[in-house]
Ligand binder design. Structure first.
Ligand SMILES: *Cc1c(COP(=O)(O)O)cnc(C)c1O
Length: 734
């Protein structure tokens, strides 16, 4: 079929559209967009962390013009650009309908880290990934929302393992020109520059905007020629340096962030502090009000009305505390502009303002100056009320005003390509003919809504996931074939990574892939930060027993681990060392691997390819946890301690529980009991169910659990539900 070539104008327009699309992280959750960029340069895509902007730099304009003469490809590019622009222009959103007042006065969401995609590695772990997912859902829902964070030009560290199996860290410089971000400019096209007083200096900063669909995220960057090197380096690394760096980073984020809002002419209706790191923003709000003539008491009352606070951990070290001296040092010039005394300032961060020995705590500051606070799961809400009761005088634990909103994940963003395609095919082709509404006697309105909706919007409709319980809609064979594909892809990915890691995959001249991991075996994954309370090596306390399970020829089990320890956490590094040692030198060799340099890409491979996602924190320290939620749309089942989100999600048939809804007070006791329960759950429940096969080799009962997990968990543990809950419970109330 002869097609008319594109005119010069059409080509120019299409290329402009493609560039626009690349510079908005929307493509990270759109399958067709990703495929277009990948196809432009498959090698570039793989080598450069799946970065659309970098791919467009690889492919010259000449090449692009020629490639777009292929009408089929041009057609797909046009469709992607059109979908992107339609998305941006959409006016009938949930937010427009339910939160119109946030449109002009958005939520300003402050977070020290944001994890959007492996392309932009400025998150250390779950907190940042949650913030990124929060922003993506805010965009999808059309909420008035913007984010504020720092642009760390060396990001979070990359992990390498040395010959002693010890974690080492290295950093690479991020190049903004090659990233989906742009400088924020003034009317004259110059970068806008703001400043904030830190120590004795006026520290200047510029700003980058990351477009996350409809939502802007502003990243503060102190790397300005006006600044001394030590201030330029404040935005070098995520949680880098010592506690002086830390407090100064937090001043930039909190105080700098409010100044930035004013400079941009944004008048937020709420300031949402994602963790205590951002709590200095309250000081700038107080200062503004006092300098406008309000009394200290009035300023406090008004600031409190504007602020919300989410606490994310019951782990003590997770709450930033600074000495009064370091506060005095870091805020030396600034506090004199506040309009109240330094003693009053320090008192705002103390449970007992008069106790001179008590350090200044960012969580206390945030709790004292917010209209509402919340934890991130039901249990974490309870634990937080206990933890901070002292702050609320005579109130009982139950009366402490800290609620909870359980975390979620941005489902579409977390789905692996083949899985998005799978669900899409379920929706695009089969849907109309299926008409489960009639068949099951359910109301048909929602089904006609589903038939009309774009397939990815349909993912938020609980009835869609309900239909997964139905074997007419989706067969066991289809689910199992998908599982096989995903497991195999993970194993191939792992072998390739291990080869690059230099792990001994060679014997003589051959690479002996088949000695490492087995595509038929029950595959258990564990990946997260190696904070010690997460107890990565817990399962190996039953070492001989585990070896026995892995060695079983008929019912083999294997383990894939990954995760980074904080650069200063030697205990966490010892955990990594221990696991790698076992993977290389023990009887688990071949059935246990450790993948280096855990990031969002590795996470996506693992949560999709594993059969079981293992989570064994020391209860109740896992405030929520989110990685297990990412596993669900891929048909990977959770096996977890009843902590955080799993305590709410588990219903007896949608995964596996380790132990029950309680924990002993003694840590040693807890470790002992949990390790025993972990082993027995694995041996008595997980393995038998996985290997209980019919004549066609299908584990029918296992697949039933997968279906039930999807039906019960997907509609709840996602950030669309979470952001709606924040909006209705917190953003819209006073
Ligand atoms: C999801 C995610 C996390 C959080 O995992 P948890 O199990 O909640 O600790 C951390 N790091 C990365 C890269 C993630 O994708």
């Amino acid at each position: 079929m002869a097609c008319k070539p594109l005119t010069k104008e059409e080509l120019t327009e299409l290329i402009a559209g493609l560039n626009e699309t690349a510079r908005n992280l929307w493509w990270t959750w759109d399958q067709q967009a990703q495929e277009v960029f990948q196809e432009l340069s498959p090698r570039g895509w793989t080598n450069m962390f799946h970065n659309a902007v970098a791919v467009l730099h690889e492919v010259s304009d000449y090449e692009l013009r020629v490639r777009l003469q292929n009408p089929e490809f041009a057609g797909r590019v046009r469709a992607v650009v059109k979908k992107f622009r339609t998305y941006l222009a959409e006016e009938e959103t949930w937010g427009a309908k339910n939160c119109p007042k946030l449109k002009g006065n958005p939520v300003a969401y402050f977070s020290a880290e944001f994890g959007f995609h492996e392309t932009l590695p400025i998150a250390a772990g779950g907190l940042g990934v949650l913030a990124g997912d929060h922003a993506k859902s805010a965009s999808d829902l059309g909420l008035g929302f913007c984010g504020i964070s720092l642009f760390y030009r060396e990001g979070y560290f990359q992990q390498a393992i040395d010959h002693n199996n010890w974690q080492t860290e290295y950093y690479t410089l991020l190049n903004p020109a090659n990233l989906p971000m742009e400088p924020v400019l003034d009317d004259k096209g110059q970068p806008i520059v703001c400043s904030v007083d830190i120590n004795m200096a006026q520290v200047y900063f510029q700003v980058w905007r990351v477009n996350v669909g409809r939502v802007p995220i502003y990243l503060i960057d102190a790397n300005r020629p006006e600044n001394d090197q030590r201030f330029r380096d404040l935005t070098l690394r995520v949680y880098g340096g010592d506690s002086t760096t830390r407090i100064m980073q937090e001043i930039l984020l909190g105080i700098g962030g409010v100044k930035l809002m004013r400079k941009l002419g944004i008048q937020p209706s709420v300031f949402h502090m994602n963790e205590g790191h951002a709590a200095f923003l309250t000081l700038e709000l107080l200062r503004e009000k006092i300098s406008a003539g309000k009394t200290y008491e009035q300023a406090c009352a008004e600031t409190t009305k504007e602020c919300l606070f989410t606490t994310h951990t019951p782990v003590e070290a997770g709450h930033d505390r600074f000495t009064a001296e370091s506060l005095e040092y870091a805020l030396h010039r600034y506090y004199k502009t506040l309009g109240f005394s330094f003693d009053t300032l320090v008192g705002l961060g103390r449970l007992d303002p008069k106790d001179a020995r008590e350090p200044f705590c960012m969580t206390v500051l945030a709790l004292k100056l917010c209209r509402a606070a919340n934890g991130v799961s039901e249990l974490h809400g309870q634990v937080s009320r206990q933890m901070w009761q002292k702050l609320f005088g005579s109130r009982t634990v139950d009366e402490v005003p800290i609620g909870h909103v359980t975390n979620g994940v941005h489902m579409l963003g977390w789905m692996k390509g083949p899985v998005r395609k799978f669900w899409r095919s379920k929706l695009a082709g089969n849907w109309q003919g299926f008409a489960p509404g009639e068949k099951k006697g359910r109301g048909t309105s929602v089904w006609s809504k589903i038939a009309k909706a774009h397939w990815d919007e349909t993912l938020d409709i609980p009835e869609f996931w309900q239909s997964i319980a139905d074997t007419d809609f989706i067969s066991d064979e289809e689910i199992w074939a998908l599982r096989y594909q995903l497991r195999r892809e993970l194993i191939e990915f792992s072998r390739r990574r291990l080869l690059l890691q230099g792990q001994s995959l060679r014997q003589g001249d051959y690479i002996i892939f088949d000695h490492l991991l087995n595509p038929d075996a029950l595959t258990i994954g564990f990946a997260r930060r190696f904070a010690t309370y997460k107890r990565a090596p817990l399962i190996f306390q039953q070492f001989e027993n585990i070896v026995h399970l892995c060695r079983d020829k008929n019912r083999p089990v294997q383990f894939i681990f990954a995760g980074k320890a904080h650069p200063r956490d030697d205990d966490g590094k010892r955990f990594i060392q221990h696991i790698i040692h076992l993977s290389k030198y023990s009887d688990l060799k071949g059935s246990l691997v450790f993948l280096e340099n855990y990031d969002m890409h590795v996470a996506r491979q693992m949560v999709s390819g594993c059969d079981v996602w293992l989570n064994n924190p020391r209860r109740p320290l896992e405030a929520s946890g989110t990685s297990g939620m990412k596993a669900i749309p891929h048909g990977c089942l959770n096996m977890s301690i009843l902590d955080g989100w799993w305590r709410e999600g588990y219903d007896g048939k949608n995964g596996f529980a380790i132990g029950d809804d309680s924990h002993p007070a003694s840590i040693d006791e807890q470790d002992r009991i949990d390790s025993a329960n972990l082993f027995s759950t694995l041996k008595d429940e997980v393995i038998p169910l996985f290997y209980q096969r019919d004549e066609n080799g299908l584990p029918r009962e296992w697949i039933k659990r997968i279906r039930h997990a999807m039906v019960t968990l997907l509609p709840v543990f996602n950030t669309h539900r979470m952001v709606k809950e924040y909006a209705t419970k917190y953003y819209l109330t006073k």
